[in-house]
Design a protein around this ligand. Structure first.
Ligand SMILES: Cc1cc2nc3c(=O)[nH]c(=O)nc-3n(C[C@H](O)[C@H](O)[C@H](O)COP(=O)(O)OP(=O)(O)OC[C@H]3O[C@@H](n4cnc5c(N)ncnc54)[C@H](O)[C@@H]3O)c2cc1C
Length: 325
């Protein structure tokens, strides 16, 4: 029997989230022969734009168009998905804020298994899917089996799968709005009020091609100087992880991550950053990552293109000197 996998597509301002192409790769790792369908909720021109954008990556796209989804509400789309998703299917959703909001309730309503934050899959055997998760900030991997009897809702960690750039698929759009809206717009206990954009600050880190990002490994506010000097030598902008903002050493506008800014640089230098998924979740566009960390087991090394096991307090000033010399 063909495995049916649905990839729920996150989008904003008429553009698909990077996870849209990563979920194709994740689905192929679950079952290379699966029928993979994108499912996407939204409204009007923005929704149409996203359907066209992801078309080449998916054979089929199920769209749900409703005014009630102009600003997406997890409770509303959850109940709509319950009306359209076939029993026993697998639904993949990015492990982002919205995905974390939507997925547990969806799995309960579908009576399906729930697996959060998967980073790899090892195929299906005897009706069970083998998946890999990470615990303790990536220091430990756990292997789990998911019973697929009633299907599954799985959140997939952003950045864990390469985006599928194969393209050339049919991108056939099927309008599922009528089925999703049968019985009316689902009720919700929450209602959208307004969007408040994050403060931009004196420097906009989202626009920089090269970011020198600093984490708790810098140890002291006074040591930030060495990071600023390196950034200047590279013509880069300084960003940081959350503990640096929590310590009030840098403004919030410099924080990269799920509760900070989403950045899309070409090169990302991570200095004394462990590589938590909340931090990495803010890095999009598959940049070239150079990580410097004194712990060889730091999870950042699993995603870095170049990893250096060094003490940043000694290495960074030397590197700056070499660059300037
Ligand atoms: C709801 C929620 C939202 C969050 N949002 C964000 C977010 O948006 N952005 C974010 O960054 N975090 C966020 N976090 C926090 C996140 O979970 C991590 O705690 C944080 O990313 C860790 O920051 P870090 O890597 O700088 O620090 P740590 O995890 O403490 O890592 C410091 C690293 O520095 C290394 N190190 C220490 N000294 C040196 C040295 N001298 N030389 C070289 N390496 C050294 C260590 O080996 C270690 O790997 C969030 C957490 C929650 C619960």
């Amino acid at each position: 029997m063909t495995t049916q996998i649905f990839a729920y597509i996150l989008h904003k301002d008429g553009k698909a989230d990077d996870s849209a192409l990563e979920l194709v790769t994740a689905a192929r790792q679950i079952d290379p022969d699966a029928a993979v369908t994108a499912v996407i909720g939204g409204h009007g021109a923005d929704l149409e734009a996203v359907c066209s954008e992801i078309g080449p990556a998916y054979g089929e796209i199920w769209k749900i168009d409703s005014e009630a989804l102009a600003f997406i509400n997890a409770e509303v789309i959850r109940d709509m998905l319950v009306r359209v998703l076939p029993a026993g299917s697998i639904t993949l959703i990015a492990h982002e804020h919205f995905g974390m909001d939507l997925s547990p309730g969806l799995s309960v309503k579908l009576d399906a298994a729930y697996l959060p934050d998967a980073v790899a899959f090892d195929g299906i055997a005897d009706g069970r899917l083998k998946a890999v998760r990470e615990e303790y900030s990536g220091q430990v991997s756990t292997h789990v089996q998911v019973d697929l009897t009633n299907g599954a809702v799985i959140t997939v960690r952003p950045g864990s799968f390469q985006p599928d750039e194969t393209g050339g698929r049919a991108g056939q759009v099927a309008d599922k709005s009528a089925a999703a809206l049968e019985g009316g717009v689902p009720g919700a206990n929450r209602r959208f009020i307004e969007v408040i954009e994050a403060e931009v600050g004196d420097v906009d880190i989202t626009k920089s091609d090269v970011l020198v990002s600093v984490g708790r490994g810098i140890e002291d506010e006074d040591n930030l100087e060495i990071v600023e000097e390196l950034a200047e030598a590279l013509g880069a902008v300084v960003s940081c992880s959350r503990p640096i903002v929590d310590a009030k050493w840098m403004e919030k506008a410099r924080q990269v991550g799920t509760s900070g800014q989403t950045v899309k640089p070409k090169v990302y230098l991570a200095l004394g950053i462990s590589g938590s998924f909340q931090h990495m979740g803010g890095i999009k566009g598959n940049p070239y990552i150079v990580a410097i960390n004194k712990n060889p087991k730091a999870p950042i090394f699993q995603v870095a293109d170049v990893g250096l096991v060094e003490d940043i307090l000694e290495f960074v000033p030397e590197l700056t000197e070499k660059l300037e010399g």
